[in-house]
Ligand binder design. Structure first.
Ligand code: YRO
Length: 416
């Protein structure tokens, strides 16, 4: 028996809009610029979801503002986006990719939302998703945690948007809050729900650097990734129940595999969005490497080959994971042990080939030749060059982690 993705129907319909595939990016994940949105258009994603747009363009918070780690990601991007006028110009072109376009609308105050929504709805997005995780009045919680403000705001946006309108909600942790919000959403009303936004105001600390990992807001930020999946599933389930299954739900939170997506569908979602895992696809993985070494005529080729492959493994480790952290004041290494000093592991292993070329080195080739540093050092350059050949981005920092990769891509775009 053979399986082909073309014979399996994974389409879905949300608020009357047909999606060719029930998987798409989550708002925020690589959907700010024209290039990122067009890349989504060319991909197999079931829809193109934009970054939440504000009245004016924003560069967002200072970096580092996004940090992926083993358990997920933390961010305090601060709404970097092109401003709604730019997206109003882009959306007609994005629609030519023949998949729904979801415009995510944000605001820095309540009055911003209807103004943006009115204009953006006119250029024909297939759906509008209102991001309720936005600041309201200083000192008050985000709009999504203020049920009165949420109701006022949704009613005002509803009045100016003709296409299907949904809300992206923050996670709630108490059944009373699920009930209160469901009541608001039934009165407003909305056509679909996107559940959930990142789990707000989390704090990730790097014990090696003895520091928080993102710069804005003293390190506080929204948590995404595998750890928030149970919170997302609970919110999908709670709202599915509150609406007796009568509202389409897009599940968001901790989706990195088909099984994760399936769990969201089991909880009541009709489609699924992918945030942290989509960004993580910017992980560099070495699939295959060929090392060619001139070391004269080796007495024991098998030993030399084994040595060369060991060097390649060390080189790739160096390129992608190893991070020796020195205390700048006293010059001692502060990585406490090998538990927090990452190197390549079995699942990272690539197809390694070693070719030995018995080229005559100068006058003769019978002397001793080092085969320690020679196969290690060029491996770093080989990885960095392969990254350049694949993406057009030059990396100049090691190890090449997703944040370094994203910065390099942004740099390449600026230079282009
Ligand atoms: O920082 C962001 O741009 C951001 N990150 C998220 O994980 N979710 C969001 O909804 C947003 C935009 C909204 C806000 C957190 C900046 C108020």
């Amino acid at each position: 028996m053979t399986h082909s993705h073309d014979t399996v129907d994974l389409s879905c319909t949300i608020a009357g809009v047909r999606f060719p595939l029930c998987l798409m990016n989550a708002s925020g994940a690589l959907c700010v610029t024209r290039e990122e949105l067009e890349a989504l258009g060319r991909s197999r994603t079931g829809a193109i979801v934009t970054k939440s747009m504000t009245l004016e363009a924003r560069t967002g918070n200072p970096e580092p503002r996004y940090y992926p780690f083993a358990g997920g990601s933390i961010n305090s991007m601060g709404l970097p986006n092109l401003g709604y006028r730019a997206y109003a110009e882009l959306i007609p072109a994005l629609k030519t990719f023949r998949k729904p376009v979801i415009a995510s609308v944000a605001g820095l105050c309540e009055d911003d939302f209807p103004e943006i929504a009115r204009t953006i709805a006119r250029v024909g997005p297939d759906l509008v998703e209102v991001n309720l995780s936005c600041p309201n009045i200083p000192g008050k919680p985000q709009i999504g945690y203020d049920f009165e403000a949420s109701e006022r705001l949704i009613r005002r946006v509803r009045a100016v948007v003709a296409c299907p309108l949904g809300v992206k909600l923050p996670p709630y942790f108490d059944p009373a809050h699920h009930a209160a919000m469901a009541k608001v959403l039934k009165r407003a009303p909305v056509d679909f729900l996107s559940l959930i936004n990142s789990v707000g105001n989390a704090l990730v600390i790097d014990p090696d650097r003895e520091s928080v990992v993102i710069k804005p807001k003293g390190g506080f930020g929204g948590l995404g990734g595998p750890g928030i999946k149970p919170v997302a599933l609970a919110n999908v389930r709670a709202f599915w129940k509150a609406f007796d299954g009568r509202i389409p739900i897009i599940g968001v939170g901790g989706v990195a595999s088909g099984t994760d997506a399936f769990e969201h569908l089991l909880a009541g979602a009709s489609a699924v969005q992918i945030g942290t895992a989509y960004l993580l696809s910017y992980n560099v993985k070495v699939l295959k490497m060929v090392a060619v070494n001139d070391c004269g005529i080796p007495i024991n080729p098998l030993t030399v080959e084994s040595q060369v492959i060991g060097c390649m493994i060390q080189g790739v480790s160096w390129a992608l994971w190893e991070n020796r952290i020195l205390d700048r004041n006293v010059g001692t290494m502060v990585n406490p042990n090998l538990e927090s000093y990452k190197i390549l592991s079995a699942s990272d292993m690539f197809e390694a080939h070693s070719l030995l070329t018995p080229v005559a080195n100068g006058g003769q080739n019978t002397s001793t030749a080092g085969i320690g540093e020679p196969p290690i050092t060029p491996t770093l350059a080989a990885v960095a060059n392969a990254v350049y050949n694949a993406t057009g981005a030059r990396v100049r920092r090691l190890p090449i982690t997703p944040d370094v990769m994203l910065a390099a891509l942004a740099d390449a775009k600026r230079r282009a």
